[in-house]
Design a binder for this molecule. Structure first.
Ligand SMILES: [Fe+2]
Ligand SMILES: [Fe+2]
Length: 278
């Protein structure tokens, strides 16, 4: 199920580290939006700048959180800010799909992508008032659906900002995004087949394949990031976008590790018998 479905919630626990990660991601989205909007969109650019300040401030506040009331108040303030930036991203998306903004250097799908990430963060923050999901298999498959689509989007965004002369890199990124599209479709199949059921050996094998592919992708991204920083490849990709994409890929890897631990726990209870590490 997609992140827009009401029942979909992140598998991760609401920790200060998770909040800090997503606050910094929201701040970077605001910066990227500010850079990407055309000069005549002064109101939207100003709003993007304000979001950058809001998330920067929340990030600083998060460093002083000691727990208890501090934590709850950070969650409450972050929830308001994330609801607002989600609405802002959807507002720009809706203007763009009706061609009411010209000269923007970001795709409409980029705004959809960053709004999905905001919604994921919002659902994580709302976990403060909710108990854990009853069916861990649903949370696992939903994490895969969310992240595999994000990664495929990243590969497409970076590929489509390359100079047309970077033909080999273009083809490599296309083949990688095809791979992630295929794994995303498989995650959807597994999500519906195992809905409200339990993990199976097929799911465990799939998670291992996703993890191995994403470990290789993180290495590849690191190389692309350094080429972009050192001007080893000509493109319209900013070093900040390359770094942002790599940070999210690494966060996906930490989610895959959490999935591995969750599946190993279910293995101990005898619900599945496949050795994850073999
Ligand atoms: Fe992002
Ligand atoms: Fe992303």
């Amino acid at each position: 199920m997609d992140i827009f479905c009401r029942e979909v919630k992140p598998l991760a626990a609401l920790t200060i580290q998770e909040i800090q990660f997503w606050l910094s991601i929201m701040k970077e989205h605001a910066t990227l939006i500010y850079w990407g909007l055309p000069c005549d969109q002064t109101d939207l650019k100003q709003a993007a700048q304000q979001f950058e300040n809001v998330f920067d401030d929340l990030g600083k506040r998060s460093c002083a959180v000691q727990g208890g009331e501090d934590f709850s108040s950070l969650v409450a303030m972050s929830t308001v800010a994330v609801k607002n930036i989600f609405a802002f991203k959807r507002q720009i998306l809706q203007l763009m799909v009706e061609c009411k903004i010209c000269g923007c250097s970001l795709y409409p799908l980029f705004f959809d992508h960053v709004s999905r990430e905001a919604l994921y963060f919002l659902k994580l923050l709302l976990k403060i008032a909710e108990c854990d999901t009853r069916y861990s298999v649903d949370a696992i498959t939903n994490e895969n659906i969310f992240w595999l689509r994000c990664v495929a989007d990243h590969l497409n965004f970076v590929r489509d900002l390359l100079d047309p002369s970077a033909r080999q890199l273009f083809e490599q990124l296309r083949s990688l995004s095809d791979k992630y599209d295929q794994m995303g479709l498989q995650a959807r199949d597994l999500g519906s087949m195992l809905w409200h059921f339990r993990p199976t050996n097929d799911l465990i094998r799939f998670e291992r394949e996703v993890t191995e592919t994403t470990v290789r992708l993180a290495k590849y991204n690191a190389a692309v990031e350094s080429w972009i920083k050192e001007c080893g490849v000509v493109s319209l990709v900013s070093p900040m976008l390359a770094c942002h994409v790599q940070r999210e890929t690494k966060h996906f890897l930490s989610t895959l590790e959490l999935i591995r631990e969750t599946l190993m726990k279910c293995d101990e209870t005898g619900l599945c018998c496949y050795d994850y590490d073999t």
